[in-house]
Design a binder for this molecule. Structure first.
Ligand code: ASP
Length: 437
């Protein structure tokens, strides 16, 4: 009897989409953090466990899906996909900064606040040559071991293309079979990894509760009140950018698909990004959404999502613009039109340079503030609320990556709009895929 009640409750719990369960955990965790305060930080290891579980999956999923994708798309298509992805990434990031600046000019965050001096060391951003050379790994195993996504992508693409070319040219049954086997293994490997992702997401309900409790225990209502205009400016800009650019321009105008379907299709990735504040750690979930719900070909998302996690950061770029206006307001200065143009260029560069890890965007602010001659102390000043702002930035970054993957997939006939979320067949992640009842 008791066993039956337990089983029924458990089944009812499992029948709710994992994204909604995680969303509820997000809200409850935030409330617990705000009300309990300091003691809630004991939950930290539970949150860290969720992050580690997802981080564990990043490199295997990237390697498996990308190799699988290279098998399916011709080298010419891959080249075209690469060009389109990079162009759309640059375009959406630049627009994000313009939206950020426009909203910041309207909301005027920071007026009325006085800067308390928190000394901050300027980070010297890597030079363009360093960035360029860094794409080529000295040692692919080392690149994978350090989750260096760009270097890993480079090696996997070279290796995958070489496998395809050898298979085309060689007249040796053993080698051909070997290549087929490698590709078959990557397919099996990626299926297995996606199974693990959905299993990890089941734990995510606890993990996200803990993460949010700790964030709000650390931040507290005082910090939120003090920085309310900054939080408001970013919230408005993020909402505007996602609604107009990601949904309106990319999904509706360019792919002629339903923005609601798209949002439902990526909801697990969005809540995970909000909870983790890391594009890289969210990558396994974004890829699972692209595969299971958006039905994009691996050749497109296997390349564009890992690349996007490191270089395409609309939210991060937008925040640089908002923070520049905020910093100017704090010292009673205002940015001229020319300076605002400089901010657009710098912010896009800073967002490309920022890694997909928590607070990378805050550190990159040193670049923008130094160039504008604004005090670096602003960074220490806002660091207390950055865990909140970072979550909104990361969610925007992830939404941008997935919207671009959908458009480029559409342009290359590499999205199945007749299935998945698009025809309503999959309304949520396969919640029961990972764990048996
Ligand atoms: N945390 C962000 C990300 O991983 C980067 C940032 O700090 O803006 O996408």
């Amino acid at each position: 009897m008791a066993q039956n009640t337990f089983r029924n409750t458990w089944n009812r719990y499992r029948s709710v989409s994992i994204a909604y369960r995680i969303g509820a955990a997000f809200v409850l965790g935030s409330i617990v953090g705000l009300t309990v305060g300091g003691p809630a930080t004991v939950l930290e290891p539970l949150g860290d466990l969720f992050i580690r579980l997802l981080e564990m999956l990043v490199i295997p999923i990237v390697v498996f899906t990308l190799l699988m994708g290279i098998r399916q798309l011709s080298p010419a298509t891959l080249g075209r996909v690469g060009g389109q992805v990079v162009l759309l990434y640059a375009f959406t990031s630049a627009v994000a900064v313009v939206i950020g600046l426009a909203v910041a000019n309207l909301v005027d965050p920071g007026t009325g606040l006085t800067l308390t001096d928190e000394p901050v060391e300027a980070e010297s951003p890597p030079s363009p040559t360093e960035v360029f050379l860094g794409i080529v790994p000295e040692n692919p195993v080392d690149a994978m071991a350090n989750t260096d996504l760009l270097a890993t992508l480079f090696f996997v693409i070279v290796f995958g293309l070489a496998l395809v070319l050898v298979a085309e040219e060689i007249d040796d049954g053993a080698v051909e079979r070997g290549i087929e086997t490698i590709f078959d293994i990557t397919e099996a490997g990626s299926e297995a990894m996606f199974k693990v992702v959905w299993g990890v997401m089941e734990y995510g309900v606890i993990g996200v509760f803990a993460l949010m409790a700790v964030v709000f225990a650390d931040t507290g209502p005082g910090a939120i009140r003090a920085f309310v205009t900054l939080i408001l400016a970013l919230t408005l800009a993020v909402a505007l950018h996602i609604a107009v650019i990601h949904l309106g321009v990319l999904i509706v105008a360019l792919t002629h698909q339903s923005p609601i379907a798209f949002l439902i299709g990526i909801k697990e990735a969005l809540v995970t990004a909000l909870a983790l504040a890391s594009s890289s750690a969210t990558l396994p979930v974004s890829m699972a959404n692209a595969e299971d719900n958006l039905r994009i070909n691996e050749g497109v998302y296997g390349f564009s999502l890992p690349l996007g996690a490191t270089v395409n950061m609309d939210g991060t770029a937008m925040y640089q613009g908002i923070a520049a206006v905020f910093a100017a307001n704090l010292v009673g200065a205002s940015l001229t039109l020319t300076e605002q143009f400089v901010v657009v260029v710098l912010a896009v560069l800073a967002s490309i340079g920022a890694a997909g890890v928590p607070s990378a965007g805050l550190i990159m602010l040193t670049l923008v503030l130094t160039q504008l001659g604004l005090p670096l102390a602003v960074i220490g000043f806002v660091a207390g609320v950055d865990p909140l702002l970072d979550r909104m930035r990361t969610m925007t970054n992830i939404s941008g990556d997935l919207a671009v993957a959908t458009v480029v997939g559409h342009w290359n006939g590499a999205v199945d709009f007749g299935s998945g979320i698009w025809d309503g067949a999959v309304t949520e992640a396969p919640a029961s895929a990972g764990v048996s009842d």
